[in-house]
Design a binder for this molecule. Structure first.
Ligand SMILES: Cc1ncc(COP(=O)(O)O)c(C=O)c1O
Length: 462
């Protein structure tokens, strides 16, 4: 049966989308280049695009561009479409909801979908304690609200964050974010009472240090800079996303969590990038049995629709006064229907298991590539959140130019890859969890050819 989307493609002179890479023009092709020219004239310069292949349809792990090219998507819209593009349960839920109603504002006349999403979040997030949730539109908004709630509960104002951390682009979340360019440069002054501590970043430690030691190094600095009694919250990504897919040494997160608990500081796990099965567990905190006081979610929560949440201890969540939390669109009914479809997809298609499987497939292959290409200094990740950090061979000197060149070669060959990292030298891989193995392997083949083309194969002696 042909779908509405297929009919539209036919009208545009394009074939139906299939789960295969297919290049029929250079990437980006002529239609995309025309659109890019319109973009330059109409869209503010500050909104950049990484690969200007304009998408007309997407399904599973494939993007179809305006020129008829089918690209393998290792970015998932930055860790959003974990259940795949146009996931059937998401499409069905959204279609039904759009026809029923699109908006009332939950703060005015409520609807069941919002409550059902909060119930699911309370059920799925780590910890057996009583929980409550509140819904928002974007990750940054969720982080802002987690800080508001932590401040209301503790009566304190200071917030601690970590080197390399990323939490968004609003004023408070710019303050929480570490990297100046492009996120903060020229946009200050920033919100006060934010303190930054060193992260556990095993590849870049000057000397071996275990997770607990790295945590005590951070705690020591926070105690000196601000003091636990002033801190409302410690906000931490269990695995850093934009900062470079930094997986802290084992023991780092639990040690920080214990210190928070001992001092009444709210531990806020920012799982906006790591959540909803991406790392092979519902939430990355689970890998080390940490149950945070508050957890922020977005991205993978709703299969591509804008939705975000704060979930946490019921007593903490209820600290904000009635009317203190909310927003016109937060928990929009269409986004809630999408979230219920996405959650059902993860459960019914065992996507946690798929994430672990894809992770081991990618890590094995990337580790073998690192043997051949000494510019791959480190390979790391959990589940289907995997990265390769590129360096000058034999050193830990970041090689951002190589990361950009390898990524650009992948794009030309029909593989969407993303870079990240404080030094811009990390290639990150976030395929949808429904992507078939052969497509993932084909993507890795393209990546390997890009390395062969771009990097020196000579091992330098340490
Ligand atoms: C860990 C983390 N926190 C917060 C955000 C901000 O989310 P949003 O872009 O939806 O505001 C992001 C986005 O990349 C993120 O990765």
């Amino acid at each position: 049966m042909t779908s509405v989307a297929d009919n539209q493609l036919e009208a545009d002179g394009l074939p139906p989308i299939t789960q295969q890479r297919r290049l029929v023009t250079e990437v980006p092709g002529p239609r995309s280049r025309q659109l890019a020219a319109r973009k330059s004239a109409a869209v503010a310069r500050g909104v950049g695009t990484m690969l200007p292949a304009y998408v007309v349809a997407a399904s599973g792990g494939i993007l179809l561009d305006a020129d008829g090219n089918q690209l393998i998507d290792f970015g998932s819209g930055i860790a959003v479409t974990s259940v795949g593009h146009a996931a059937p349960r998401v499409v069905a839920g959204v279609s039904d909801q759009v026809q029923a109603f699109t908006h009332t504002c939950f703060m005015v006349t409520p609807y069941e979908g919002y409550v059902a999403v909060c119930e699911e979040l309370n059920r799925l997030t780590p910890g057996s304690h009583e929980k409550k949730s509140a819904l928002f539109n974007s990750g940054a908004e969720a982080v802002e609200n987690a800080v508001k709630i932590a401040r209301a509960f503790t009566g304190r104002s200071a917030v601690a964050v970590f080197d390399h951390g990323y939490h968004g682009r609003t004023n408070l979340t710019m303050a929480l974010t570490a990297k100046a360019m492009p996120y903060k440069h020229g946009f200050g002054p920033f919100a006060p009472e934010v303190y930054r501590a060193p992260m556990s970043y095993p590849f870049r430690e000057p000397a071996p240090i275990d997770g607990a030691q790295a945590a005590h190094r951070a705690i020591d600095i926070l105690e000196k800079q601000v003091g636990a009694s002033m801190l409302a919250a410690v906000v931490i990504e269990p695995i850093q996303g934009e900062g470079g897919f930094v997986v802290p040494a084992e023991g780092f997160l639990p040690t920080i969590a214990r210190w928070c608990r001992a001092h009444g500081v709210m531990l806020v796990a920012d799982e906006i990038q790591t959540g909803f099965g991406r790392t092979g567990a519902w939430f990355a905190c689970e890998h080390e049995d940490v149950a945070p006081d508050l957890i922020t979610t977005a991205k993978g929560i709703a299969g591509g629709l804008p939705l975000a949440a704060v979930t946490g201890r019921a007593d903490v969540m209820d600290a904000a006064h009635v009317g203190g939390l909310g927003g016109t669109y937060g928990g929009n009914p269409v986004a809630c229907a999408a979230a219920l479809g996405a959650i059902a997809t993860v459960e019914e298609e065992n996507l946690l298991g798929r994430a672990r499987h894809l992770g081991s497939l990618m890590l094995t292959r990337l580790t073998a590539m690192a043997e051949r290409y000494p510019s791959i200094g480190d390979v790391r990740g959990r589940g289907a959140m995997v990265a390769a950090e590129l360096v000058t061979p034999g050193t830990i000197e970041p090689d951002a130019a190589l990361a950009a060149a390898v990524s650009a070669t992948c794009h030309r060959n029909g593989l969407v890859t993303l870079t990240c990292g404080t030094y811009g030298n990390v290639l990150r891989f976030l395929p949808s969890l429904v992507m078939a193995d052969d497509l993932v392997v084909e993507g890795l083949d393209i990546l390997e050819r890009a390395f062969a083309e771009r990097s020196s194969t000579t091992h330098s002696c340490p």
